[in-house]
Design a binder for this molecule. Structure first.
Ligand code: S3P
Length: 167
């Protein structure tokens, strides 16, 4: 059995995934980290040097590889992973995999992501909090369709990480 965490950038997938893995005594795997190791490049450099389409192809390839090769793992996806190239079906059709959507509000995501947007190629160019908020609003509108198909949903607003892990 694997547990897959999905949700927007900044929803806490890595923090919660790590904590959940410790609590459940399972391994933890972060798809972005896995891609960086396999490609020997940071996600930002992959976007910069090869573009988003290349990244999405690799993301899909490595998602399949991770689900095939690893069992009894908590796996954090990238924010966009379930929204591209049939990736959601790959997760859902895998009978040994349960998925959880970490749902975080627009306000909270904007607050969390503004200071650390430089690390994330899709939002690094946005200069003000208002611009970022507009971007996230539109993106969330498109992506929620996919996130909402997860098996379970946990709202993360106004909770500390222990509470989210417990839920
Ligand atoms: C992306 C989210 C990032 C990373 C890439 C694209 C997205 O992962 O996969 O920058 O499309 O939302 P995190 O959600 O872990 O930041």
């Amino acid at each position: 059995m694997n547990i897959v965490l999905m949700g927007y950038m900044g929803s806490g997938k890595s923090l919660i995934g790590n904590g959940l893995a410790k609590k459940m005594k399972l391994k933890y795997l972060d798809l972005d980290d896995y891609i960086e190791i396999q490609e020997k490049k940071s996600i930002s450099d992959i976007f910069k040097e090869k573009g988003e389409i290349y990244f999405r192809k690799k993301e899909s390839f490595y998602l399949k590889e991770v689900l095939e090769r690893h069992k009894n793992c908590i796996i954090s996806l990238g924010g966009g992973t379930p929204c591209f190239a049939g990736n959601l079906d790959i997760v859902k059709n895998n009978t040994n995999t349960q998925s959880i959507y970490l749902q975080t509000s627009l306000e909270e995501l904007t607050k969390r992501l503004f200071e650390e947007r430089n690390k994330r190629p899709l939002i690094a160019h946005l200069e003000t909090q208002d611009e970022l908020k507009d971007f996230i609003r539109k993106h969330l509108f498109e992506r929620s369709f996919y996130y909402n198909q997860a098996d379970y949903k946990v709202v993360t607003d106004k909770k500390d990480s222990d509470q989210v892990i417990e839920e």
